[in-house]
Ligand binder design. Structure first.
Ligand code: MG
Length: 368
């Protein structure tokens, strides 16, 4: 099987409501998504998506993906898309780094491999765990009351895991956390995500002020060094999200004892092949995972669901659904959908989503 051509679309995904990250540090109302379709000489095609969470969240942006695809896509013409490690070596030789640029290509190749093998991607990854996977909400920063209202909105959709954004004024952060803890329901998990916003002294002050709570804090500071400093002076479990880009980052997180959890975002780490290596390391070393993407349509969400479905529930505390936050759906009725606050990976070959081309508009590029 050989890749014959690669088609690229750009679509805007308006959010239902503007999103505020870490006390207004970042505000946006639309995502810039890139959709990739890889076609082969045997008539099988695969889909992948790359969608950063705005332009200031990570060193990633939509135009960067499409510029990177112009370098990378021609390198894959004629390659066998089923040979995922070889595909990834080709991508890494052609363009070192830039993992977020490569994710859509890698995901589309997994879709093809699943269709060729007549197996869902989770089966290719080694398991279909029996339980639906809880979806974590994403509750943007606001007043304590506004944040609890937003948690309630997600509760009404069945969500039982909530990622509440903190990281602004530290006195207000303590009030936010206290208000959410006091109103937490039995069987519910609320964790606190600072999205790198705190300086170490701020993280230490907030976390020690709520030392009695049993939850964890995600990405309290910018760098792994800063978080290691926080780790030495606080007692909560810590999750690393934006600080995990490469396998070497993960090895350091484990060997230096920086965190007990990681949030593996498939686009940020470069696709399912690299995410799989990280999953296996986490399972071998007792690191708990959350599996998410940085944004996107049901296509990205379904890649997340397929990946998370192959992880034991005890090691994967949640996923994230971006589709519930955007107003555009290019594959109605398909893929992983929110049911009682959970995702289940489709039991179809490949990812289990076939994008409706007439909902994507005209392609922005075709490589052949
Ligand atoms: Mg996070």
């Amino acid at each position: 099987m050989r890749i014959t051509h690669i088609t690229v679309w750009q679509i805007n995904l308006p959010l239902h409501k503007p999103y505020y990250l870490s006390g207004g540090r970042l505000r946006f109302d639309e995502l810039d998504s890139t959709i990739v379709r890889i076609d082969t000489d045997v008539g099988i095609h695969g889909w992948g998506e790359g969608c950063p969470w705005g332009v200031t969240y990570l060193p990633a942006f939509g135009k960067g993906i499409r510029a990177g695809l112009a370098e990378l896509a021609p390198m894959l013409i004629g390659k066998d898309p089923r040979q995922l490690d070889a595909i990834n070596r080709t991508l890494d030789l052609a363009l070192p780094g830039h993992p977020y640029v490569k994710a859509a290509l890698d995901i589309a190749c997994w879709d093809i491999l699943g269709k060729a093998a007549s197996l869902p991607v989770c089966d290719l990854l080694g398991a279909r765990e029996p339980d639906p996977i809880p979806i974590a909400s994403s509750v943007s920063t606001g007043s304590p009351e506004e944040m609890l209202d937003e948690v309630q909105r997600f509760r009404d959709m069945g969500y039982r895991v909530h990622s509440c954004k903190v990281g602004a004024d530290i006195h207000l952060d303590i009030k936010r956390i206290r208000h959410l803890v006091e109103n937490e329901l039995d069987g519910e998990t609320i964790f606190y995500d600072a999205n790198r916003a705190w300086l170490p002294r701020e993280a230490i002050s907030v976390m020690n002020a709520v030392a009695d709570i049993t939850s964890w804090f995600e990405q309290p500071c910018e760098t792994l060094d800063e978080i290691a400093q926080v780790r030495r002076q606080t007692s909560h479990p810590i999750a690393i999200d934006e600080g995990l880009h490469t396998y070497a980052d993960l090895v350091r997180i484990q060997s230096d004892g920086i965190a007990e959890l990681v949030n593996i975002k498939i686009n940020r780490v470069g696709g399912l092949t690299k995410a799989r290596r990280m999953r296996d390391f986490c399972l071998a070393t007792g690191i708990t995972m959350l599996i998410m993407d940085t944004g996107g349509t049901v296509l990205s969400d379904t890649a997340v669901a397929q990946f998370a479905q192959a992880i034991p529930a005890s090691a994967c505390l949640g996923v994230w659904s971006c589709q519930d936050m955007v107003t555009v759906d290019p594959a109605p009725g398909q893929g992983a959908r929110t049911v009682n606050g959970c995702f289940t990976a489709p039991d179809l070959p490949g990812l289990g989503v076939d994008m409706e081309i007439d909902r994507l508009g005209d392609p922005v590029a075709v490589y052949a």
